[in-house]
Design a protein around this ligand. Structure first.
Ligand code: GLA
Length: 692
């Protein structure tokens, strides 16, 4: 299959295993002619020749809802993807196509501005065997220009009778909540103006005509690979079409370019699936695991994290005690959370002073790291490099390093201010101390947290705020990864505040939410899994009652929910009963047996926790010969038994329960299903099936 073809001059077809994308570049600029199922060249040419009718008279633009990259000029009323302002105040531009280049799966459309030395390149890339289409834009200038807006892409699904929008929204403790609602006329703006991706919305959407299900129907979905402020504007236009603009920044401007410089947008991905929401998610997961994550083929270890157990009251002795219990249960990585450095004995002091607290670690981190190693585990550490407590030596030395407007109040959140990472000296300092920490110690894992969204950007902070902060964050992570190639990183921002395809290109897993209540987590994980694979989803088992919800859920249920991702333990282990410890050790053992299926397999959502009291999901191994089936009862009434989970996706053959030896023919599992015998609220089961 040719990834990109040009069946006639000015007509290009991008092909993926299950979709095609047809665009043309003529007098009207680049237009989307088809984004959907596969087409041959003859159909592509027919699609390219469909007239741009404006059935509603001459009051509308014929190109609205079809343009690949509209500028803020010309006959158009939809939102522009690109808005520029020149020093004399003019904004008008007109792009002339210079060249179209195709190399492997990469199409470049090169434009020059009609009268100015300014070049715009639209990039499209498809990868053999993968369904997502990558798009981004670069702008090169030989004149000064202010970039007010530069989106990564505009995605135009075909005209549908109605549109339903799926999106993820939330807040602290309630991250990645899936919402599906009819798309109203006008513009729905998702986004963040907090410097982090933020839990308010995640940069992902899906559109369908209201009839798609988990297993069937057409779905058009898009994502943005960016960890700073951002927007996805879903416009339902008066012409009946929909255009989805995805880009960095929330308000203008995006960049200020001097002659000889360029601006490159982050990547936006688009994916079409004819197999419903489930097939769309599986296509995303496969791509993220194999093309986005730095080491997606690795199996992530079972980690222990100290946060919920010791909070800010940690010291060498209690961390060693936790490590001993964690190792005995079978944990492989011990992560010490917040509170190990400076005067950080509570959340109001010490953040920014990254040397071990001498009262808590009189001989530094060495003895604890050595003990963790003796116990057969690797050592990981929590850091929050982008924020500072005003009560810290760092702030006393560099009060000007934080975002602020001179002469105006400095607003604290959790007693913190945000460091202006857009400033080169701040970025150098962050890189310097982290590099030194990783050089001096045998550290295998860094949990990179960010709990202070930026406000008060200060003079010219608009630029720093919108793009420079995230770019410098990426640069620091890239440098650290190059210098310390065995270290793995976890992204956290008060939970799932920095989860996106940009950060996942330079971290190994993410913390989806500070909410560790397993019943809530079923919903959070379902939202997270719309785009992101289980391989990247850290999930801890914590104590009962849960610190946030007060729920007392059975240990087994808490484990089973966490075992659907990258299992971690976050409980106060010395307080666990001997029987709980024995059960935990057995469940960790089971997790290690199914881990390759969960972390590298294909996800099938069987019953949604959003609509069913008996949620169920399964993973099928990459080879199709093993499955892990997760079944729960959560919030059900009257002791009704959970219906068996039907497994129509299993390949033919006889399947055996790896733990009990029970055997089932595939058609039985597809039609009757796997009965786990659940009838009490918060009963749960994980079944490991093998094809015999
Ligand atoms: C944030 C993180 C938590 C924990 C605390 C430590 O809230 O999301 O997991 O690391 O900070 O202060």
């Amino acid at each position: 299959m040719t990834l990109v073809s040009e069946p006639a001059p000015g007509v290009w077809v991008l092909r993926t295993p299950h979709s095609a994308y047809v665009l043309t570049a003529g007098e009207d600029g680049p237009l989307c002619r088809h984004w959907g199922g596969p087409v041959d060249d003859e159909s592509a040419l027919a699609l390219a020749a469909v007239p741009l009718d404006v059935a509603r008279g001459s009051w509308e633009s014929p190109v609205d809802g079809r343009e690949e990259y509209p500028s803020d000029a010309g006959l158009r009323f939809a939102e522009p993807a690109l808005a520029l302002r020149f020093p004399d105040g003019t904004r008008t531009v007109r792009w002339v196509l210079d060249a179209a280049e195709v190399s492997e799966g990469h199409l470049r459309l090169r434009y020059t501005e009609q009268t100015r030395p300014l070049r715009l390149t639209l990039h499209y890339r498809v990868t053999a065997g993968h369904d997502p289409i990558e798009r981004w834009v670069s702008l090169d200038t030989d004149v000064p220009v202010e970039v007010l807006r530069a989106d990564s892409a505009v995605w135009c699904p075909p005209p549908l009778e109605r549109y339903r929008l799926s999106s993820l929204h939330g807040r602290w403790g309630a991250d990645s909540r899936l919402e599906r609602a009819e798309l109203p006329a006008g513009t729905v703006r998702l986004g963040s103006r907090r410097t982090t991706t933020s839990p308010m919305h995640n940069p992902w959407i899906a559109l369908d005509d209201g009839t798609a299900t988990e297993t069937a129907g057409e779905v058009w979905t898009a994502a943005l690979a960016w960890s700073g402020t951002w927007h996805i504007d879903v416009q339902r236009l008066p012409v009946g079409r929909v255009a989805v603009n995805a880009g960095a920044a929330h308000e203008e401007p995006v960049a200020s370019l001097s002659p000889g410089t360029s601006y490159v947008t982050p990547v936006s991905y688009g994916l079409y699936s004819a197999g419903g929401f489930g097939a769309a998610s599986r296509a995303w997961h496969e791509h993220v695991r194999t093309r986005v994550l730095p080491h997606g083929d690795e199996l992530r270890p079972v980690l222990y994290n100290s946060w919920e157990a010791t909070g800010f009251l940690l010291d060498e002795a209690n961390q060693m005690a936790l490590a001993e219990r964690a190792a005995a249960l079978g944990c492989e990585l011990f992560v010490m959370d917040d509170g190990w450095f400076g005067a950080r004995v509570a959340d109001n002091a010490g953040l920014g002073d990254w040397t071990p607290n001498p009262a808590r670690f009189p001989n530094g981190l060495g003895p604890l790291i050595a003990r963790v190693g003796e116990l057969g585990m690797r050592f990981g550490i929590w850091v929050e490099p982008e924020a500072v407590n005003p009560d810290s030596d760092l702030y006393r030395a560099h009060p000007d390093w934080v975002y602020h407007s001179p002469g105006y109040p400095r607003h604290e959140l959790r007693h913190q201010l945000a460091l202006n990472l857009g400033r080169p000296e701040v970025a150098d300092w962050v890189h310097g101390w982290l590099d030194a920490l990783l050089t001096a110690h045998d550290i295998a894992f860094v949990k990179w947290d960010m709990n202070r969204p930026v406000t008060d950007p200060g003079p010219r902070g608009d630029l720093l705020w919108s793009t420079a902060h995230a770019r410098n964050l990426y640069a620091i992570l890239d440098r650290l990864r190059r210098a310390h190639p065995t270290v793995r990183f976890e992204s956290c921002a008060s939970g799932g505040g920095r989860v996106d395809l940009g950060i996942l290109a330079r971290t190994d897993q993410v913390w989806p939410s500070d909410n560790t209540d397993a019943a809530d987590r079923l919903l959070i994980q379902e939202g997270f899994g719309q785009l992101y694979p289980a391989r990247a989803m850290t999930a801890w088992v914590t104590d009962a009652p849960n610190f946030l919800t007060g729920n007392r859920l059975p240990l087994r249920f808490r484990f089973h929910v966490a075992m659907a991702g990258v299992l971690g333990i976050g409980g106060d282990l010395p307080a666990w009963s001997l029987s709980d410890q024995a059960e935990a050790a057995a469940l960790i053992g089971q997790y290690k047996r199914i881990r390759p299926i969960v972390q590298h397999g294909a996800l099938y959502r069987l019953r949604s926790p959003g609509s069913s009291a008996a949620p169920a999901l399964a993973y099928l191994s990459a080879a199709g010969d093993e499955a892990a089936v997760f079944q729960f009862l959560s919030g059900h009434h009257y002791g009704e038994p959970a219906p068996p989970a039907r497994l129509p996706f299993l390949p033919p053959g006889t399947w055996e329960d790896a733990d009990t030896g029970a055997r089932y023919p595939q058609a039985f599992l597809a039609t009757h299903g796997l009965d786990a015998g659940l009838f009490r609220n918060h009963d749960s089961a994980v079944t490991h099936l093998r094809r015999v």
